[in-house]
Design a protein around this ligand. Structure first.
Ligand code: NAD
Length: 472
């Protein structure tokens, strides 16, 4: 921050201008946008929501500001959850306790499936069969047989939109990172490190109907840390590497949180991708530290490494926007002949050249709003230069203007109306679920699981699938 002292008057003007822009963005992000007064009611997609718990209500908070959708029905097995949802979205949506009744409501065009994981498939299947468009939270399905069944069902309903709640697909920061990789700015991308560490991890709620209220903590209903946390990041690795894994192995144990839960709380996984690529995922409940982005964020993030550079990236939360940093790989040390020619001494250790070069200073990942197109007015160009200058100085960081959750919801309604293919479509969702299911098998059985094994699981004649079944 010493650099701040060196600001010239002109720089200060730039700071003011750029900060004002960032300020506008900050007020738009994290909170639901102000309720739009002129609701585009005539063409708004009429939707219902099944499972109005924590995530459902969070989505409703964001949906409230999106005028291309209109909430006409809510459903939950608990009155209290429905009351909270109704307070959040306002208006007078119909209330249902049985999701099948919501699905037979002709007024409902689209359904948000925000139930616990074990209910995703039955509700999604019945909703598609009832002719609805579906937004299903991640992880899309729970069991191998559901992978095959949903793939076939979705293929038979090409006119209905089916999207999965993997919001990083809709983040401008993650999209910019992907574009940098496509342009070759990271060289050959070969390694992704991802973590989601929570300290002290999920707590057991002491409430009536304890098991269902804490469904995440029980294998009967949940895929544990892998389904709830890693699923987002496996999808990031697939996208950044541009391929899906061949196999997974890992170590998982239940070491810290003993309150009746039966999920693993200490998990490390290694995914083998084609051409020697790897993803290493870590989830432990002893720290929330993340070494990425200079330790400025906690819990979760991904480090994407290539031969010419590395990206640190994280989605953040409602209060902390997605953030990304780019480190260029230091130039390789000179070859021995060149070093001799230049009279330089080279250090050797056990036959290997010692490389103790300083790492590169991080650079910001520029979003499309910051890139020069050549079509800018003088003022726009000045403002872009100003922002880039501030980014370089570390005074501002590029921040996306819209929460990716708002983007994924708006995009869903648009795709429902236009028939467009979601960025997080059924194949993205199923591939992600396959990774979750197979990872849990690898952890439970202590073996390397090939991704091709999914084809034999959950099909007639195959050994019965036992997601969440603890071995030994
Ligand atoms: N995309 C993300 O970042 C993100 C974040 C959090 C949660 N999620 C996902 O959202 C889903 C819900 O998680 P949550 O934290 O809201 O759980 P939650 O327990 O808070 O809410 C689930 C709700 O579903 C209701 N429910 C259970 N069975 C039902 C049924 N048969 N019919 C109708 N309602 C039923 C419960 O009563 C509860 O209110 C999970 O799949 C989770 O992984 C996604």
């Amino acid at each position: 921050m010493a650099e701040k002292k060196d600001l010239t008057r002109r720089d200060a003007v730039k700071v003011a201008g750029a900060a004002a822009i960032a300020g506008v963005a900050a007020t738009q992000f994290g909170k639901a946008p102000a309720v739009l007064t002129a609701r585009a009611a005539t063409n708004a997609v009429k939707y219902g929501m099944v499972g109005t718990g924590s995530r459902g209500t969070y989505l409703l908070k964001h949906l409230k500001g999106i005028d291309t959708g209109q909430c006409v029905a809510i459903c939950d097995i608990q009155d209290e959850a429905m009351n909270k949802a109704q307070q959040t979205i306002g208006g007078s949506p119909k209330r249902y306790k049985d999701y099948r009744e919501l699905l037979s409501d002709k007024n409902v065009e689209a359904v948000f499936v925000t139930t616990p994981l074990f209910m995703h498939f039955p509700v999604t299947r019945d909703a598609l069969d009832a002719g609805k468009n579906v937004f299903c939270e991640k992880s899309m399905v729970f069991k191998p047989e559901e992978v095959h069944a949903l793939r076939a069902l979705a293929a038979s309903k090409p006119k209905q939109t089916l999207q999965v709640g993997l919001q990083r697909r809709y983040s401008a920061m993650y999209q910019a990172a992907r574009q940098m990789i496509e342009k070759g700015m990271l060289g050959e991308v070969g390694f992704v490190q991802a973590q989601w560490n929570r300290n002290p991890g999920w707590k057991m709620k002491d409430v009536p109907n304890k098991k269902m209220a804490n469904w995440r903590l029980f294998r009967e209903y949940s895929g544990g840390l892998v389904a709830e946390l890693a699923s987002h990041q496996i999808d990031v690795a697939d996208r950044m590497l541009g391929m899906t894994p061949e196999s997974v192995m890992g170590l998982g144990s239940h070491d810290y949180l003993f309150d009746g839960r039966d999920i693993l709380d200490n998990v490390q996984l290694i995914y083998k991708y084609p051409k020697g690529r790897r993803l290493v995922w870590v989830g432990v409940p002893v720290t929330s530290h993340w070494a990425g982005v200079d330790g400025a964020r906690t819990e979760m993030g991904e480090i994407i490494c290539g031969t010419q550079g590395t990206i640190h990236i994280t989605i953040g939360d409602d209060n902390n926007k997605p953030i990304g940093m780019w480190f260029r790989e230091p130039a390789p040390p000179p070859k021995v002949e060149e070093a001799k020619k230049g009279g330089k001494k080279e250090a050797f250790k056990a036959g290997a050249t010692m490389v103790a070069a300083a790492g590169s200073r991080p650079l910001p990942i520029l979003l499309s709003k910051d890139l020069m197109t050549g079509k800018e007015s003088f003022l726009e160009k000045e403002m872009k230069f100003a922002r880039q200058w501030l980014y370089q100085k570390g005074i501002l960081v590029p921040l996306e203007e819209k929460n990716p959750v708002d983007t994924e919801l708006e995009s869903f309604f648009r795709d429902v109306r236009t028939g467009g293919r979601p960025l997080a479509d059924v194949e993205v969702g199923l591939q992600d679920s396959i990774a979750v299911i197979l990872s849990n098998i690898a952890l439970d059985e202590g073996r390397t699981v090939q991704f091709s094994e999914i084809e034999k699981m959950g099909k007639p004649g195959a050994a019965p699938a036992k997601p969440g079944a603890k071995k030994g």
